[in-house]
Design a protein around this ligand. Structure first.
Ligand SMILES: *Cc1c(COP(=O)(O)O)cnc(C)c1O
Length: 458
C-alpha cells in the first residue's frame, strides 16, 4: 500500500512512514493510492471489536507490521476501553441510533485512534531505535487522548498546544495532571486555529523537523483516520449491513472522513451528514460552494470551534479527481481567506455529504429533550449531531449519530441544560485533586521551538 500527498509534491510513503510523519513535507495530507475493498462484509456481525478492527486495518498497513504485531497493538489499545462492546450502538428513537464512542480513558472518540497509534508507534520505534518528538494542537480532546495514550511509550516526547482558557476544566486537567516526564502541556495565547497554524509552521521548517524528529498525531494523521473506520463497520454490521446514514459532529473533518473511506471500502454508508455548531465553515461550504474562513466564536461545544477544517482537503482532493495541482491552487487561495469549490467538485461532494448547523440554544434544548425522552445524557457535541440527524431522518433508512464525548467531559453545559451535573466515571475520580503542570507560551513559532529544544528528553 503506497501513500501519496494531496499536494502531489512529497515523497510516496508506506503506512509506517505516513504514520510517523503526520503532515506531508509539501504541506499536504497523505492518502492511499487506492482504497482496498473490505472482504467478508456480510459475516462481521457477532465478531469482537478487536477482530473487526484487525480485518479493517490490515489491508492499509501493507508490510509495515506483521499480523501478530497488529493484533497485539489492537488488543492492548482496546483493552483500555471500558465497555465490552467498545463502541456500543443504542437506540434513541425508531430508526435513530447513537454510536457511543466515549468509553475510553479520556472519554472522547479520539481514544479509539490515539490508543492504537501509540501502540503502533511503540512497535515502530523499538524496531528502529529512533527517538521522536510528537507535537500536537488541540481544541481539547486530541490533546488529552494523546497525552494519555503516549505517556508510557518509550522514545517519545509529547508536546500538546491548547488554546489558553478555551478548553473545559476536565479537558485541561486530563492534559496537565499526568506526571510522566515525557508529556508536556502548553497553554498557547490564542484560539485553536492559532495552535494549528503554529503546528503547521513547525512542520514546514524542515531543518527543525529533522533536528527533533518531529512527528504529528493530529487528526490529519492517516493512521488515525484508519482506526476510525472500524466503528462505522461495527455499526453497519449491527444494523444488518443495510444502507445507513451517519450524522457526525464535525470540526476538523477527520471522523466523518473515516466514514467516507468506509464507504469506498464497500460499506453500505449512504449519506454522511456534517453537523456543526455556530462555527459552520463546512456547512456554508457545502451549501454555497464558498469555503471562507470566518472568526472563531467560542461555543459550548469547544471541540468543534474550528474554522479551518484540515481533513476537508482530503475530500476535496477526491472530489477534484485526485488533481494535486488544483488542491495546491485552492490552498494558496485559502491563505488569503478562502476559495470557491468548482461546480463539478461541489456536485460530487453533495452526492455524499449533507450538512446542518445548530445554535447554542437548540443544543441545550436537545440535551434536555433527549434526556427526558430516552434517559440518555448527551454531551453538547453529540447533541448537535442528534439535532441535525433528526432533520435528515428518512423512513426505512437507519440513522446513526456518533456520540463523540461523554457528558461528564462538559459538565457545565449539561448542567445548564438539565440541572444535573453528570458524574465522572469511576476510573477518573481524583482528577480534581491532582497537581497540574503546564507551561504558558505565546502564539509564536520561535518561542515554541526554543521550548521544545529545551524540554525534550535526549
Ligand atoms: C474532535 C471532536 C469532534 C470533531 O471531530 P473531527 O474529527 O475533528 O471532525 C467532535 N466532538 C468531539 C467531542 C471531539 O473531541
Amino acid at each position: 500500500m503506497r501513500y501519496v500527498s494531496t499536494r502531489g509534491q512529497a515523497p510516496v510513503l508506506n503506512f509506517q512512514e505516513a504514520m510517523l510523519s503526520g503532515l506531508a513535507r509539501d504541506g499536504g495530507l497523505y492518502l492511499p493510492e487506492t482504497v482496498p475493498a473490505l472482504d467478508g462484509i456480510e459475516s462481521l456481525d457477532g465478531l469482537s471489536y478487536e477482530e473487526v478492527a484487525f480485518r479493517v486495518i490490515r489491508p492499509f498497513t501493507g508490510d509495515s507490521f506483521t499480523d501478530e504485531e497488529l493484533r497485539g497493538a489492537i488488543d492492548r489499545a482496546y483493552a483500555r476501553i471500558s465497555h465490552a462492546a467498545r463502541a456500543p450502538l443504542v437506540q434513541l428513537a425508531p430508526g435513530h441510533h447513537l454510536l457511543e464512542l466515549f468509553h475510553g480513558p479520556t472519554l472522547a472518540f479520539k481514544d479509539f485512534a490515539m490508543q492504537l497509534i501509540a501502540q503502533l508507534f511503540q512497535i515502530a520505534l523499538r524496531r528502529s531505535g529512533e527517538r521522536i518528538t510528537i507535537v500536537g494542537a488541540t481544541s481539547g480532546d486530541t490533546g488529552s487522548a494523546a497525552i494519555e495514550a503516549f505517556r508510557g511509550i518509550d522514545n517519545v516526547d509529547v508536546f500538546i498546544m491548547y488554546p489558553h482558557g478555551r478548553v473545559s476544566e476536565v479537558q485541561r486537567r486530563q492534559m496537565t495532571t499526568p506526571a510522566a516526564e515525557n508529556v508536556h502541556a502548553l497553554a498557547v495565547t490564542g484560539h485553536f486555529d492559532d495552535c494549528q497554524a503554529r503546528l503547521k509552521d513547525l512542520f514546514n521548517d524542515h531543518v527543525f523537523r529533522d533536528e527533533v524528529g518531529l512527528a504529528g498525531v493530529n487528526s490529519i494523521n492517516w493512521a488515525r483516520v484508519v482506526a476510525q473506520i472500524v466503528y462505522y463497520v461495527t455499526a453497519c454490521a449491527s444494523l444488518g449491513m443495510r444502507q445507513t446514514d451517519f450524522c457526525v459532529p464535525t470540526g476538523n473533518f477527520g471522523d466523518i472522513f473515516a466514514g467516507s473511506v468506509a464507504r469506498r471500502m464497500g460499506l453500505p454508508v449512504r449519506r454522511l451528514i456534517v453537523a456543526t455548531n455556530q462555527n459552520d465553515i463546512l456547512h456554508r461550504a457545502l451549501t454555497t460552494g464558498d469555503y471562507r474562513v470566518g472568526e472563531v466564536v467560542p461555543s459550548i461545544s469547544p471541540s468543534m470551534d474550528i474554522q479551518v477544517s484540515s481533513n476537508f482537503e482530503r475530500a476535496l482532493y477526491l472530489a477534484y479527481g485526485q488533481d494535486a495541482g488544483a488542491i495546491r491552487q485552492l490552498m494558496e487561495e485559502l491563505k488569503a481567506g478562502g476559495f470557491s469549490i468548482s461546480q463539478g467538485a461541489l456536485e460530487t461532494l453533495r452526492e455524499e455529504f449533507r450538512s446542518g448547523r445548530v445554535c447554542e440554544d437548540e443544543t441545550l434544548a436537545t440535551i434536555a429533550r433527549i434526556r427526558n425522552t430516552t434517559g440518555e445524557v448527551l454531551c453538547p457535541h453529540s447533541a448537535i449531531g442528534v439535532a441535525v440527524a433528526e432533520r435528515h431522518l428518512e423512513p426505512g433508512v437507519p440513522m446513526v449519530t456518533l456520540a463523540t464525548a461523554h457528558p461528564a467531559k462538559f459538565p457545565d453545559a449539561v448542567a445548564r441544560a438539565t440541572g444535573l451535573r453528570p458524574p465522572l466515571p469511576p476510573h477518573m475520580e481524583g482528577l480534581f485533586d491532582l497537581p497540574e503542570r503546564v507551561t504558558r507560551v505565546e502564539n509564536d513559532v520561535d518561542a515554541l521551538k526554543s521550548l521544545i529544544r529545551e524540554r525534550r528528553t535526549r
